[in-house]
Write a protein that binds this ligand. Structure first.
Ligand code: HC1
Ligand code: SF4
Length: 574
C-alpha cells in the first residue's frame, strides 16, 4: 500500500493503482471517455486530467501511477478549464445531431457535457460529413460520430482477438476503420458487436430495422409474429431504468402484444428443439465414430469466426441451425400449414440480444422452400426498447402475461441458453435422461456454470464419461481451436458463444456505461435472471416440453430424421 493525498484527503491504496483508480475508490468519479477498466488505458481523450504536485503539466489520471507521498488535485479551476477545452475540441469534430441520434440518452459524451455544465459550443462542427459504412446487415460505422477513443479497437484486438478495427490515416484524417479502407461487410468481422457495446457514442451501432417492423405491423395483409431470444428478458428492463439483471419476461410479452404483433412466441421453444436435434446428433457422433468434439452452432458470431479463422475445423460444428433459424423454419412450415397461412403472407420478427443475428437471418441458406427468409426482421433488445417507448407504453407498470401457446411453450433448459454454459447444461439434462432412460432429479450442472473463460467438466452419464468444455468470447474459442488442431482436445462436446458471458452481453443488449461496468459484472447479474427463470419453470428439460413432443409426433417424426434435417439443419462455408 502507498499513502497519497487526493483533494486534501489522505488515503492508502494498493501500489498498482493509478490516480484514477484511487480517486474513484474514494468517491471522486473523474470523467473519462476512452478509459475501460482492464481493457483500454491510453489517456487518449484527456478528460481525466488532474494536477499532480511537483509536476508542471496536467496529467492523465487513468495512466498516472500512484506512489508514496503523491499529492493530487482533481477539481481546480485549471483542471476544469483544461477538461472543458478538451471536450470542446472533441465536439468540434463530432456530428452533433444529438436529437436524432440512436444514442440520444445513452451517449457517454452527452452525459459528460451535461455533467460539466457545458452551455456553449466554441467551435462549429465539421462542414462536410464523411461517408457512413452501412453495407453490412449488422453494423453501421459512422466516422462522423467517432471520437477516436480507441475502446472498440482495444476490445476487438485484445478481448476478442480478432483485430478488425484500427486507427487509419493521420492527423485530422484519422479514422477508426477496418484495414485498407474496407467496409465492415468486406472484412472478416464476425459482428459480435462488442465494439458497439463499448462505443461511448454512436460511431458503431446496429443497422436498425424498426421502421420495417412498424410497417409490417401496420400491413393488414400480413400475419406478423414475433419471438424473443432467451437473453432479452434479462436486460430489456434496463432500458426503462430497472437495475441490471432485472427479469421482465411477463412485461416483455405484454408489451409485444400491445405493439400489435399478431402472435407473440418465444425463441426458447426453438432452443428446446435445438437440444433435441443437437443432443441426438451428439449421441450419433459418439456411437458412430463421427467427428468429435462436436461444437455448438447457435452463436452466429462464433460461426462466422470459425468460418473465417479455422475453416479446416468446420466438420466439428453441429449441423443444427441456431434456435433463431429453427424458429423461423418451423413457423414458416408447420405453423403456416397448421393455420392455413401462406408463408409469403407472414412476417417473422425475432428480438435478439445480438447484431450478428441480423446477418445470420439474411444468409442465403436461411431462405426456405417458400422462397422468403425464414426470419424476416431481427430487432435488437435496444431496438425493441425504443419501439416500446415510441408506442408510449409504460413498461414498468405493465401486468405480466404469457406468450401464445405452442410456439411460446418452453422449458427452463431453454432459458439458460442465454448465458455461457447454458446450452451445455440444457444438452446434458436431456442426453442424461435419454441415455439412462430415467427422469433424473439432479439437473443443475454447476461445473459448467460461471464466468471462467474456458470451463471443463467430465459428466458421468450412465456408463459414459462425457468430457465437455465451454468457451465464451472468441479469444477463448481460439484457444480451444488450437487444442483441437494439436490433437489435444479429447472432449466430446464443446459449447462456444462469441461474446464474453454468452448472449446476455451480446452486441444488441442495452448500453451500460463504462463506470457502471466497473462496479457490476453485468454478465453475472443478467445470468442470475435466467437461472431464476429456469427454476420457476414447470418443466426444466427440453425433451419434456409437451409442444416439442407433439411437434415430433405430428410433424417432424424422429429427431435428426428426414424432415428434421430438411428444416432444421444447415451447412457452413469454408
Ligand atoms: Fe442467443 Fe440462441 S442463446 S444464440 O445466445 O442459441 O442471440 O439469447 O437467441 O438463436 O435460443 C442470441 C440469446 C439466442 C439462438 C437461443
Ligand atoms: Fe471486432 Fe466484433 Fe466489432 Fe467486428 S463486431 S469489429 S469482430 S468487435
Amino acid at each position: 500500500m502507498v499513502n497519497i493525498t487526493i483533494d486534501g484527503r489522505q488515503v492508502a491504496v494498493p501500489e498498482n493503482y493509478t490516480v484514477l483508480d484511487a480517486s474513484r475508490e474514494i468517491g471522486i468519479n473523474i470523467p473519462t471517455l476512452c478509459y475501460l477498466k482492464d481493457i483500454n488505458k491510453t489517456g487518449a481523450c484527456r478528460m481525466c486530467l488532474v494536477e499532480v504536485e511537483g509536476v508542471k503539466n496536467l496529467q492523465t489520471s487513468c495512466v498516472f501511477p500512484v506512489r508514496e507521498g503523491l499529492v493530487v488535485k482533481t477539481n481546480t479551476k485549471r483542471v476544469r478549464d483544461a477538461r472543458r477545452g478538451n471536450l470542446q475540441l472533441i465536439l468540434s469534430n463530432h456530428h452533433r445531431d444529438c436529437l436524432s441520434c440512436f444514442r440520444n440518452g445513452t451517449c457517454e459524451l452527452q452525459t459528460i457535457c451535461d455533467d460539466m455544465g457545458l452551455t456553449e459550443l466554441e467551435f462549429e462542427p465539421p462542414k462536410e460529413l464523411k461517408p457512413v459504412d452501412m453495407l453490412s446487415d449488422s453494423i453501421v460505422r459512422d466516422p462522423n460520430k467517432c471520437i477516436l477513443c480507441g475502446r472498440c479497437v482495444a476490445v476487438c484486438n485484445d478481448v476478442q482477438e480478432i483485430g478488425i478495427l484500427a486507427f487509419t490515416n493521420r492527423g485530422v484524417e484519422t479514422e477508426v476503420a477496418p484495414a485498407f479502407g474496407k467496409s465492415m461487410a468486406d472484412s472478416p468481422c464476425i459482428y459480435c458487436g462488442q465494439c458497439i457495446n463499448v462505443c461511448p457514442v454512436a460511431a458503431l451501432r446496429e443497422k436498425t430495422e424498426m421502421d420495417k417492423a412498424w410497417e409490417a405491423i401496420e400491413d393488414e395483409s400480413k400475419h406478423v409474429v414475433v419471438a424473443t431470444a432467451p437473453a432479452v428478458r434479462a436486460a430489456l428492463g434496463e432500458v426503462f431504468g430497472n437495475p441490471i439483471g432485472t427479469r421482465t419476461t411477463g412485461k416483455m410479452f405484454t408489451a409485444l402484444k400491445m405493439l400489435g404483433f399478431d402472435k407473440v412466441f418465444d425463441v426458447n421453444f426453438a432452443a428446446d428443439l435445438t437440444i433435441m436435434e443437437e443432443g441426438t446428433e451428439l449421441l450419433g457422433r459418439i456411437k458412430n465414430g463421427g467427428t468429435l468434439p462436436m461444437i455448438t452452432s447457435c452463436s452466429p458470431g462464433w460461426v462466422r469466426y470459425i468460418e473465417y479463422q479455422y475453416p479446416e475445423l468446420l466438420d466439428h460444428v453441429s449441423s443444427c441451425k441456431s434456435p433463431q433459424q429453427m424458429m423461423g423454419a418451423m413457423l414458416k412450415s408447420h405453423y403456416a400449414e397448421m393455420n392455413n397461412i401462406d408463408p409469403k403472407d407472414m412476417v417473422v420478427v425475432s428480438i435478439m440480444p445480438c447484431v450478428s443475428k441480423k446477418t445470420e437471418a439474411a444468409k442465403e441458406e436461411m431462405i426456405g422452400s417458400h422462397g422468403t427468409r425464414d426470419i424476416d426482421i431481427v430487432l435488437t433488445t435496444r431496438e425493441l426498447g425504443k419501439m416500446i417507448k415510441e408506442a408510449r407504453i409504460e413498461f414498468n407498470d405493465l401486468p405480466d402475461s404469457n406468450p401464445d401457446e405452442y410456439y411460446g411453450d418452453y422449458t427452463g433448459a431453454a432459458v439458460i441458453f442465454g448465458t455461457t454454459g447454458g446450452v451445455m447444461e440444457a444438452a446434458i439434462r436431456t442426453v442424461a435422461d435419454i441415455v439412462t432412460g430415467k427422469d433424473l432429479e439432479d439437473i443443475e450442472y454447476t461445473a459448467v456454470r460461471g464466468l471462467e473463460g474456458i470451463k471443463e467438466a467430465t459428466v458421468k452419464i450412465g456408463d459414459m464419461d462425457v468430457k465437455v468444455a465451454i468457451a465464451h468470447g472468441t479469444a477463448n474459442a481460439g484457444k480451444l481451436m488450437e487444442l483441437i488442431k494439436e490433437g489435444k482436445a479429447d472432449y466430446h462436446f464443446i459449447e462456444i458463444m462469441g461474446c464474453s458471458g454468452g448472449c446476455v452481453t451480446g452486441g444488441g443488449q442495452p448500453h451500460v456505461d463504462s463506470r457502471t461496468k466497473e462496479k457490476i459484472d453485468i454478465r453475472a447479474e443478467r445470468a442470475k435472471a435466467l437461472y431464476t427463470e429456469d427454476k420457476l419453470r414447470d418443466k426444466r428439460k427440453s425433451h419434456q416440453n409437451p409442444s416439442i413432443q407433439k411437434l415430433y409426433k405430428e410433424y417432424l417424426g424422429e429427431p435428426n430424421g428426414h424432415k428434421a434435417h430438411e428444416l432444421l439443419h444447415t451447412h457452413y462455408k469454408k
